[in-house]
Design a binder for this molecule. Sequence first.
Ligand code: NDP
Length: 491
Amino acid sequence: MSAQTRPRFDFPLRTRLFIDGCWCVPETRRRLPVVDPSTEETIVEVEVGGPADVDCAVRAASRALRAWKQTSGAQRAGFLRAIARGAEAHGERLAALQSLNNGKPIAESRIDVGDVVATFDYYADLAETLDRAEQEVAIPSSDHRAVIRREPAGVAALIVPWNFPMVTTAWKLAPALAAGCTVVLKPSEFTPLPELELAAIVERAGLPPGVFNVVTGTGTEVGAALTTHPLVSKVSFTGSTAVGEQVMKAAAQSIKGVSLELGGKSSIVVFADADLDLAVDLVTGGAFFNAGQMCSATSRVLVERPLAEALIARLADRVARTVVGDPFASGVQMGPLTNRAQYERVQRFIARGKTDGASLVVQGAAPEGAGLFVQPTMFVDLPVDSAVWREEIFGPVLCVRSFETEDEAIATANDTEFGLVATVVTRDEARGQRVAAALQAGVVWINTPQLIFPQTSWGGYKKSSIGRELGPFGLAAFQEVKQILSAARPV
Ligand code: NDP
């Protein structure tokens, strides 16, 4: 790993919990190493909170709620814009920490920062509209007046994974604050560094103490304590389906509101009339961006038979030429996986794919020695009952199968327990819309990369999600609805 390619991290890294406006050390007095996945060396040790720290943070959030929910939408918009400007001003630092800690190429980290900024700006705009949001509803009675109000849900617990640390945080934090909720954030134990830097930006925006709190630590301690704390009203979780199930069970004990963004096993459907260059770009982007560690990875490629040979040949060439290496080096297209457990899981899937009867296996190169680098891998014609075809891998592994008819393509794409996203590539506009309508997925892209605008929506069908993030849906997830019915005339 060449040291010259790396930026200088000559500023102090945040390692403490942020509770009630203060950076503090936890009751546990424990620390966890944070690892650079490109070298597997420890970057720094971060404080590890426990249930007592969660209790302290939730109580601070609960105390702050009374005043925070009285602020106007315009006031909250001011804080959100200050966070957006802070993230913009410190964008390079955030991006560098993201690449250092998560391992994604620096260009991808810069995209993440742009997403964070856009999300805070969007929810600032939406917060302003809340001051005019009281809605009078037409009812069949002249003796009464009915009004619908939206109020903050209360203290929100935000639990996020390691693949898009700042982004999943922004998608929860911005709407929660806009709605008037106070929050306790639990970052993944693997990627606290960009999250804590973002927390410092939130701190500098001047939010009142207790409105925003961060407790670093493990899921089994900090996460579990948040999902059962009696003063938490809403849990917003992004992570694996298995842990999502545990979160839902834990929250059920005290009937908390729950939003879940979980796994995926998504398809890209390429018809024979597709622009081949575009199809190659969309397939490789959907499979290898962030080293495939995306809930939205379109890792199942369904190609219409007449185009199959040409597409597979082009993909094989791309896979073989993908540049894997140091996320800070120029020309690198794929960094390491983010943590060792994930690396080993992906290697197990690749080994299994090799014995599951593929007609072709293509692998690119990856640096050897230290670092969690994985060879980008393509399997052709794996049977549909192979675990590699059916289960979420969360790594740079692409599976290609061909199809004969549109109906077959739709049925195969929908044959999964997940339903997060899908992509359709075709020159036939009507077919694109028809297939999009038939796919069981929360987002469908037609002839376009995986762009996500904060104004739209995020989430999926079946086991991929409960609820939706982004757009007005993301705000509604942190709101209660109150109806006030009053006598129309003085009594
Ligand atoms: P995990 O489910 O392992 O962890 C997610 C978060 O939950 C982490 O902060 C983790 O803490 C915490 N956690 C772990 N156990 C518990 C528990 N018992 N109670 C409460 N919180 C807990 O997921 P990963 O971090 O491995 O992320 C990968 C998964 O996330 C993939 O399945 C992916 O599909 C999904 N994902 C979904 C997205 C979507 O929008 N649908 C977007 C991004 C990812 P810690 O790590 O500190 O132990």
